[in-house]
Design a binder for this molecule. Structure first.
Ligand SMILES: Nc1ncnc2c1ncn2[C@@H]1O[C@H](COP(=O)(O)OP(=O)(O)OP(=O)(O)O)[C@@H](O)[C@H]1O
Ligand SMILES: [Mg+2]
Length: 371
């Protein structure tokens, strides 16, 4: 069957991953030293995909690797449960069988039926979490294997409890010989607060790794090969696709998917088919863009448009009214992962999502014109 070779939703791994060799190596080396890393990048920049590759790699080196996702947790018991599930799913062979038996002996995450005071629930959640955070020590003590623990969407623990990071650090800080940790998160501002604020438990506790845009060379080679493998030629559509996506991983794959749909087997894509694919994709994204836009205060809207247009410096006369408010709006947009630093831009920043930038530059249309 003729199947589109581009997966644009959910984490990808193995041969679907473009580049990221250097990043994988750095994370692995840091873990081997017994040090911790933090991976910070905006939404859909390929964090989870990279972490998946990392866990595969360390397993081949004889480590256990456990991937925990804290997205959406609301209580400490949730946090404990996510860790428990990850150990149940990710440990290998004999270690997995051992954990299956052990988990029955760990303190429970829910208190039995009947009315329970909030205090009891909280204490039970804390104890359940402490037991699970201690697991690398037990894995190592019993099986002699080190554990790579990945905490994805780590900022989520703050929703469970505002000082959950302190509780976690207290448990894991003596693990250097038995475990290494990678903390990842897509809320750039909250991650910065967790690791960059002196008052927080994880201040300066993990080496930062930022995820850059994908390189054009690696992307070009990947797209060319995927088109060729499925009996197509990416042709003259390649250049505008690379230029439009500016290395944004998910947007690159999303547009490649749309372009492939426009290209019949045995044919070559070109600038016209790229334009059709782009128009169709933007139409599908309109409601996402409009929703995001209507949630922004007006000061941030003005700054976002200026960053997208990139025609003058942000502090040029007349920009968004008052200078101070420009800085505040910019910081808020950066915290939410809508803009990122780009030294080559006039504004010193770029809109993270290149398709959103396009929509902003086109004057925020309510519909995308048919071609
Ligand atoms: N290195 C890469 N090579 C190819 N495609 C990639 C790469 N990184 C990300 N992608 C594309 O981006 C999509 C999203 O990737 P992923 O889920 O790993 O990002 P994320 O940063 O974890 O996103 P979120 O913030 O939503 O959790 C993938 O489905 C894939 O299409
Ligand atoms: Mg992710």
């Amino acid at each position: 069957m003729d199947v589109n070779p581009f997966r644009y939703s959910g984490p990808v791994g193995g041969r679907d991953l473009i580049g990221r060799d250097g990043e994988t190596e750095q994370l692995q080396r840091t873990a081997e030293e017994g040090n911790n890393s933090r991976l910070v990048a905006p939404r859909r920049y390929g964090k989870t995909s990279l972490l998946r590759r990392l866990t595969d790699e360390v397993r081949t080196d004889g480590w256990e690797a456990v991937y925990v996702d804290f997205f959406g947790v609301v209580t400490l018991a949730d946090v404990a449960q996510r860790i428990d599930r990850a150990y149940s799913r990710d440990l290998s062979g004999p270690v997995a069988r051992w954990y299956d038996g052990l988990r029955r002996t760990l303190s429970g995450m829910t208190v039995g039926a009947g009315p329970v005071s909030a205090g009891v629930t909280l204490a039970a959640g804390t104890q359940a979490l402490q037991d699970r955070l201690d697991l690398p020590r037990r894995v190592h003590g019993k099986h002699g294997r080190r554990v790579l623990v990945v905490f994805d969407e780590f900022q989520g623990v703050l929703t469970a409890q505002s000082d959950a990071d302190a509780l976690i650090r207290a448990e894991i800080q003596h693990h250097a010989d038995v475990a290494s940790y990678v903390f990842a998160g897509s809320h750039v501002g909250m991650m910065r607060e967790l690791f960059g604020d002196r008052r927080r438990a994880f201040y300066a506790q993990a080496r930062e790794l930022a995820l850059p845009p994908l390189s054009d060379d690696a992307t070009a080679a990947f797209l060319t090969e995927r088109f060729a493998r499925t009996g197509r030629d990416v042709g003259t559509a390649l250049a505008p696709l690379l230029e439009t996506c500016a290395g944004h991983p998910q947007r690159t794959i999303l547009l490649a998917h749309a372009l492939w749909e426009q290209t019949s087997q045995g044919e070559s894509a070109d600038e016209a088919s790229f334009a059709d694919g782009l128009a169709g994709t933007l139409t599908e994204l309109l409601s996402e863009f409009q929703g995001m836009w209507s949630g922004l205060p007006s000061g941030q809207r003005r700054v976002l448009v200026q960053v997208a247009e990139n025609t003058a410096g942000l502090y040029a006369v007349g920009t968004a009214g008052r200078g101070g408010s420009v800085g505040t709006a910019l910081a808020a947009l950066a915290d939410r992962g809508e803009v990122m630093v780009d030294a080559s831009a006039r504004t010193g920043h770029r809109v993270v999502d290149p398709l959103l930038a396009l929509w902003l530059r086109e004057g925020r249309p309510q519909a995308w014109p048919d071609r």
